[in-house]
Design a protein around this ligand. Sequence first.
Ligand code: HEM
Length: 224
Amino acid sequence: MSEKKVYLQPVPVRIWHWLNALGIVTLCISGAQIRFPEYVAIFSSYRSAILLHNTAGIVVALSFSIWFFYYKIVAGNLADIYIPKKSDLTTGLFRQVVFYFFAYFFGAPNPHHATPENKFNPLQKSAYLGIMFVLMPIVSLSGILLMNVGPMREIVLLIGGLKILVAIHFLSCCSLSAFILTHVYLATLGSTPMAYLKPMWTGWEKVEDVKGACHENKQSYQQN
Ligand code: HEM
């Protein structure tokens, strides 16, 4: 089976992804100091941790807009890329879980073959859908409310008060941190540890030239 290079990650997606990753890691570290100042003292003062946390929050919100604008308006394929199909949920998800938990360790090939039109496997699709459409909005909106408790007092009260808002923000951030650990681990499970990381930097991924693979967008493929 020969190898092909597929253009999977357009420039705006890569810019969003690495800005977002830098911002989220900064948020986790500065957030740990804000939440547990008696145990975590990475930044010079509590005040500087808050300033950095707020700035990183704005960077993440702006980069989220790049992601949304690119997929929804420019490429127009947000739903196709991120929303799992019925077959993804009925059989694909199970097949992919079996691969990661079992078959991978026996050297079996990945059952999913990425194409620009269908670049995520069913597990990635489901996870990314939850992260980008549920968790990220919850983390961001609760963060924006916490930054503006005074002016947005009515909304804070509607949610159940400051304690509830802090709990929502903290628990959703813990879930996001758990996602990042799993995400980084799964990102190293390509044919080599860098096989999935490199395309997120260069845009191009090496894939097996599977018979019958979809070759609609010829400019997105290079024969090796
Ligand atoms: C901190 C270090 C991170 C590393 C090393 C990393 C690595 C990667 C890699 C290699 C990919 C491409 C392969 C794939 O689709 O799985 C990817 C895609 C993705 N990552 Fe990350 N990631 C990081 C952080 C994050 C964070 C913090 C988020 C969100 C909160 C995130 C969300 C995503 C999403 C949604 C995609 C799919 C992007 C697309 O093609 O539309 N990543 N990441």
